[in-house]
Write a protein that binds this ligand. Structure first.
Ligand code: SF4
Length: 121
């Protein structure tokens, strides 16, 4: 039996997960989204990654994955982001890294902090 804290909504239900034969059984969730989340946690847990990257504008740019990625890949994506330096004034939603590490998910800007910068810094 494993305990999972559902993070899909603020209710924070505590879900019990138990494997019977080859199927997962869940209890403690109060809606179907909790079942989906718990199954994902037990088979291929994912998270939306938020971070920052350096820029040539003397500011850091907040970024995030456009969709959740497997938790197992988060450290590798963080290492990828550590080597990025943005040299153009990207806007919120602009792609920073397409298809990061071949995961099928882009890294996108999550702020307009560079909106008023010109390309000369
Ligand atoms: S099980 Fe449903 S109600 Fe409970 S935290 Fe998850 S999404 Fe929210």
């Amino acid at each position: 039996m494993k305990q999972i804290l559902c993070i899909v909504c603020p209710n924070g239900c505590r879900i019990q997960a138990e494997k019977k034969d080859s199927a997962w059984l869940f209890s403690g969730n109060t809606c179907a989204r909790g079942t989906d989340f718990a199954l994902s946690e037990m088979t291929c847990p994912t998270r939306t990654l938020t971070s920052t990257v350096r820029t040539s504008f003397n500011k850091t740019l907040p970024v995030r994955t456009a969709a959740p990625i497997p938790k197992a890949n988060i450290m590798d994506v963080m290492k990828l982001l550590a080597n990025v330096v943005i040299t153009q004034p990207l806007l919120i939603g602009d792609t920073v890294i397409p298809n990061a590490l071949g995961l099928g998910v882009d890294i996108i800007a999550s702020s307009n902090i560079l909106a008023e910068e010109d390309e000369n810094g």
